[in-house]
Design a protein around this ligand. Structure first.
Ligand code: SF4
Length: 295
């Protein structure tokens, strides 16, 4: 490990050159108590539904050195995903290619260019990415539990690098911790004062739920994900189309009409969603959603 501290100014300039919308750095300290309390309560109340992976490695989520011993600096980045066009029924974030692949390649490029030692993560490890985006000062918490980036709004993907070097400068949050999450229950019952109740959230039901949809779930404006609280967020007005080609929908996807979805074959599904995040729902899950979809 190099003992020369990272030049944070150079690192941020490299990140912006690589297309990231924002980049911030924080010391690899334990997650602050206010957020740890909020996270534990969210789990205890069962708001994570049956996403059992959230219940695992809680200590690792709260203490970065348990996930990567030797980490000194957490680098958080955001990538704008707002597409210029949208196929109705599919969440904005899933219109193009799977963000995991795009973000990972971009993070690896940043690590290589900046000579960073450590590991990078994209939503696949026990990392509290929204907390770190807040802590590194790149964004603020919205009441819908998303992170909004100044100038880009909440339509961003987040990624992290756990670097083994210290930095010559660390960032501070740009706003205080949220005092409460209340006030959005009338928009959607999933937005509780204790955080997002995944059991009531259409994003969870249409993507993560592998069983039958609960009888009271109604799919009107969507059959994959949900953007209602994203679009209702006051910061959504700052969202603007990304220059990332990978996040744009293909002409084939844009051409799909309601009757095409109703008769979607497995072969069409494979071709339409090659390399897409929509594959997370699997063909059977997508068909289940489409059969329940009443636009
Ligand atoms: S994504 Fe949709 S269902 Fe989920 S909390 Fe937001 S508005 Fe509610």
């Amino acid at each position: 490990m190099s003992s020369v501290p990272l030049n944070s100014k150079d690192l941020k300039a490299q990140a912006l050159r690589l297309g990231f919308a924002a980049c911030g750095l924080a010391p690899a300290e334990p997650v602050q108590e206010w957020y740890a309390r909020h996270f534990r309560k969210w789990l205890q109340l069962g708001l994570c539904a049956d996403m059992e992976y959230m219940q695992r490695h809680i200590d690792m989520r709260l203490q970065p050195t348990l996930l990567h011993p030797g980490v000194k600096t957490i680098i958080s980045v955001a990538l704008n995903y707002m597409p210029s066009n949208q196929q109705p029924g599919i969440s904005l974030y899933a219109q193009g290619k799977d963000y995991h692949d795009v973000m990972r390649q971009r993070l690896l490029s940043l690590m290589q260019e900046a000579g960073l030692q450590g590991r990078c993560f994209v939503d696949t490890a026990p990392v509290l990415e929204r907390y770190w985006a807040w802590r590194t000062g790149i964004g603020e918490f919205c009441r819908n539990n998303l992170i909004s980036i100044p100038g880009y709004g909440p339509t961003v993907f987040l990624g992290e690098i756990f670097a083994e070097q210290e930095s010559d400068h660390y960032d501070l949050p740009i706003c205080s911790p949220p005092q409460e999450y209340s006030g959005w229950e009338s928009l959607c019952p999933a937005l509780t004062p204790d955080g997002l109740d995944a059991r009531l959230c259409l994003s969870y039901q249409t993507i993560e739920n592998r069983g039958d949809l609960p009888a009271d779930v109604q799919l009107r404006h969507t059959f994959y994900g949900c953007d209602r609280c994203l679009r209702a967020c006051p910061q959504f007005k700052e969202s603007h189309p990304t220059t990332e080609e990978a996040f744009q929908p293909s002409p084939e996807l844009l051409n799909m009409q309601e009757e095409d979805w109703r008769s979607l074959t497995q072969e069409q599904y494979q071709s339409l969603f090659k390399g897409s995040a929509v594959k997370r729902a699997k063909y059977q899950g997508l068909i289940r959603n489409i059969l329940n979809w009443k636009p």
